[in-house]
Design a binder for this molecule. Structure first.
Ligand code: IDP
Ligand code: MG
Length: 149
């Protein structure tokens, strides 16, 4: 996969407030990311615990699990050169208060927890997170051919 793919989630508050379409438009039109896979799901508490396992010793872990399982999220695989870093630059800092003007978290984030979108932090974690949500039958190139990550 060589750095071309990352995993995003539009988080529950942003979906509830009706921003999913607008955020996807910004990601694709302004950011130049291609959607290679996408679905809307409600994570169980157990799903959210597993997805955020790396943070299990952090003080915000339980709240984060509660929040991320509180309503539908939109998960997507995004494709672009150097996708992981490019997307993290595009969404801005974890805390929306520190996210640069024009970034998605600056525009739609409400708090450090409800920061509207997730972005993978390394190629290795991107692959793990993509496989968490999508099977090999659900990830496509622009012509509809399956991509085997
Ligand atoms: P990232 O999403 O920018 O990679 P991480 O440190 O990986 O940030 O944290 C994962 C998620 O946990 C964040 O996106 C945010 O929703 C939540 N989070 C991170 N730090 C805090 C905090 O200090 N308080 C509450 N929630 C936090
Ligand atoms: Mg992270």
């Amino acid at each position: 996969m060589a750095g071309r793919y990352t995993l995003t989630m539009i988080k529950p508050t942003a979906v509830k407030e009706g921003h999913a379409g607008e955020i996807l438009k910004i990601i694709t039109k302004d950011g130049g990311f291609r959607i290679a896979a996408m679905k809307m799901v409600v994570l169980s508490r157990q799903d959210a615990m597993k997805f955020y396992e790396v943070h299990k010793d952090k003080p915000f872990y339980n709240d984060l699990v509660e929040f991320m399982s509180s309503g539908p999220i939109v998960a997507a695989v995004l494709e672009k050169d150097n996708a992981v870093q490019a997307f993290r630059d595009f969404i801005g800092a974890t805390n929306p208060e520190n996210a640069a003007p024009g970034t998605i978290r600056n525009m739609f984030g409400k708090s450090i927890q409800e920061n509207c979108v997730h972005g993978s932090d390394s190629d290795q974690n991107a692959l793990r997170e993509i496989k968490f949500f999508f099977s090999t039958r659900e990830i496509y190139d622009k012509d509809g051919n399956l991509i085997d990550l």
